[in-house]
Design a binder for this molecule. Sequence first.
Ligand code: ADP
Ligand code: MG
Length: 317
Amino acid sequence: MVTDLTKTYRTPFRRRKVEALRGVSFRVARGEIFGFLGPNGAGKTTTIRTLMSLIKPTGGTAQILGHVLPSRAARMRVGFLPEQPYFYDYLTVPELLDLAGRLFGIDRATRKKRADFLIDRVGLGRARNQNLKKFSKGMMQRAGLAQALMNDPDLVVLDEPMSGLDPIGRKEVRDLITELRDQGKTVFFSSHILTDVESVADRVAIVARGQIQTEGTPSELVATTTISVDITMRVAGLADDKVAALVARGPGKSRRVADELHVVLPADADVDAWLAAAHADGAKVVSVSPRHESLEDLFLRHIGSADSSAAAMEGRV
Ligand SMILES: Nc1ncnc2c1ncn2[C@@H]1O[C@H](COP(=O)(O)OP(=O)(O)O)[C@@H](O)[C@H]1O
Ligand SMILES: [Mg+2]
């Protein structure tokens, strides 16, 4: 649980202040996958670094697993993948995991068992004996994920776990996240890519400009706003000028395909009146359906489509 977190960075050189977090509050329920979605620079990493007690917030408080931060007890139960994992690159993966296990005070036999299991689980079996410095970005990401799971955490915090991975790698991370949730763990992960979040998260918060813009389940977020009402009518046998009159009545846009006329009315149109009039003109209504805002529409609306990182959000860069 995070309450009213603020963070102002002071850059000593230009004596400029950066308000990275401007009152961030949210609550993650036990056992859920929570997606922290926002464009580059939104404040995701700052929030996560605060949760890991790597930086001190300027204001606000946070609790993890019932412990007010900073808390060593909480840290022992959390697994963490940093955004840009940096490990001593003369280590191999088994050595890295063994070191992580020792930091958590895990005994040798358990360390060995967990490391072997996790190396296989993240698909690094064949790279066991390689130094990390030979690892690609994707392999490093996998090593980081394994490292984050060494303490068999109750809460897993992953900062951009899919970044640098190809589509297959992204899918594997999504599957791993789901598996962790199914084992009863809580997963909190950040991403700037909508599709990575919407397909796996039980709940999503959209963060932009240091503030939570909206929060909910993916279906709640999209079901709340009707953006138009789509109507399909059969106009077979109707004179062209009748059809033209139907179209001219407006409001909305229409398109004729053979004997069907598709009309898109704005969400606030008087749909009943429109249908009655169309019926009186001899059109036969085939379907009437509300169209809801897609998660992508919602996302772009909240981050502001003028935002230069909009393209990044859609995964185009
Ligand atoms: N150490 C720092 N010093 C100064 N400004 C920073 C520092 N770290 C991040 N920022 C700024 O804080 C804002 C939020 O950054 P960050 O939390 O990294 O965003 P995200 O992870 O969502 O991309 C950005 O404007 C970024 O430039
Ligand atoms: Mg970040």
